[in-house]
Design a binder for this molecule. Structure first.
Ligand SMILES: Nc1ncnc2c1ncn2[C@@H]1O[C@H](COP(=O)(O)OP(=O)(O)OP(=O)(O)O)[C@@H](O)[C@H]1O
Length: 318
């Protein structure tokens, strides 16, 4: 059997919050952020961990890193109990939060990496090797002497990914690694993660709102909602359950009544622009051909369903 690197067994986290109720009174509420989640991730797998806002994703990741202590259940990462053995675990995992940086704002990237080397006690040859590899594959050469605050979001994200990998972690948690990035930066980050997983066998748990990240990187996706695991399988299966749709955004030469073509339906019109929905599993080509034959097209683009949409449909169909 494949070795499990991440193991969760009926893991729970409840927060107690006190709210003001009147001038002096405070009432006590329990927030069940994670309610009995169980799953395992074998070594070398790259898994998507998705769900709507407030579903419990960050709380799970915080328990996997040891930042938060579970209220119940069991968690093991690389054979360690994260909250009890947090220091030992830190040597085995890497974490990247898209919305925050672990780098020193006023220091050049190079100096941040030196500080990481000391914090993680990485021997010089290993540090050199890993840094050279990241600099090469993430295109960081020209940025090493730039203070972090002067980097663009995409450059900073690449810098953060490198920082998380200098100590050769077996497991990498990525929380929204492509958020706010342009198309080229997204592609660069995805290609790097793909190669990292393929070449080094790093186990990756990826949280994202961008379904294309999952499509391009993960065979397996887990969906969490209201603190519970509601799906564990491949993305195709998720689309099938949710009967999700992609949207063709079409600009015509002039304002038209809602157009009609086989395989798609107009869901919105605004001036010369119309939005046509079609099944996510189908090709856009026949719809585009039919449109081009019958209507004066100026431009078009395809919009992927977002995760909220897929999950909402999953419930609607259930
Ligand atoms: N420290 C805390 N104290 C009280 N409630 C909390 C705390 N942290 C999270 N929560 C609550 O727990 C629930 C799950 O939050 P969590 O941040 O894990 O969701 P998420 O899936 O990561 O959401 P997002 O996609 O918005 O980041 C939410 O209802 C949130 O308000």
């Amino acid at each position: 059997m494949e070795e499990a690197v991440i193991e969760l067994d009926e893991l729970r986290k409840t927060f107690v919050v006190r709210r003001r109720a009147g001038r002096l009174k405070r009432t006590r509420h329990e927030v069940h952020a994670v309610e009995s989640i169980s799953f395992t991730v074998p070594r070398g797998e790259m898994v998507g961990y998705i769900g709507p806002n407030g579903a419990g994703k960050s709380t799970t990741i915080k328990m996997l890193t040891g930042i938060l202590t579970p209220s119940g259940g069991r968690v093991r990462v690389a054979g360690l109990d994260p909250s009890r053995e947090r220091t030992a675990l830190a040597q085995r995992i890497g974490v990247v939060f898209g919305q925050r940086t672990t780098l020193w704002w006023d220091l050049p990237l190079r100096d941040s990496y030196q500080l990481m080397r000391r914090m993680y006690r990485i021997e010089e040859p290993r540090f050199r090797k890993n840094l050279d590899r990241c600099v090469d594959l993430l295109d960081l050469g020209a940025l090493l002497d730039v203070p972090v605050r002067q980097l663009s979001l995409g450059q900073r994200m690449r810098g953060d990914i490198a920082a998380a990998l200098l100590h050769d972690p077996e497991v990498l948690y990525l929380d929204e690694p492509t958020i706010g990035l342009d198309v080229i930066s997204k592609a660069k980050v995805r290609e790097f993660l793909h190669d990292l997983n393929a070449e080094r066998g790093t186990t990756v748990l990826l949280t994202t709102h961008d379904l294309t990240d999952i499509e391009q990187l993960c065979k397996r996706v887990m969906v969490i909602d209201h603190g519970r695991l509601v799906y564990d399988g491949d993305l195709g299966g998720l689309h099938a359950i949710g009967e999700s749709e992609r949207t063709l955004v079409v600009d015509f030469e002039r304002e038209l009544p809602p157009v009609s073509v086989d395989g798609a339906r107009t869901v919105r019109t605004e001036g010369p622009r119309q939005w046509l929905a079609f099944p996510a599993g189908a090709s856009a080509a026949p719809v585009v051909t039919a449109l081009a034959e019958r209507y004066p097209l100026v431009d078009l683009s395809v919009r992927e369903p977002d995760i909220e949409d897929v999950i909402a449909r999953m419930y609607a169909g259930a």
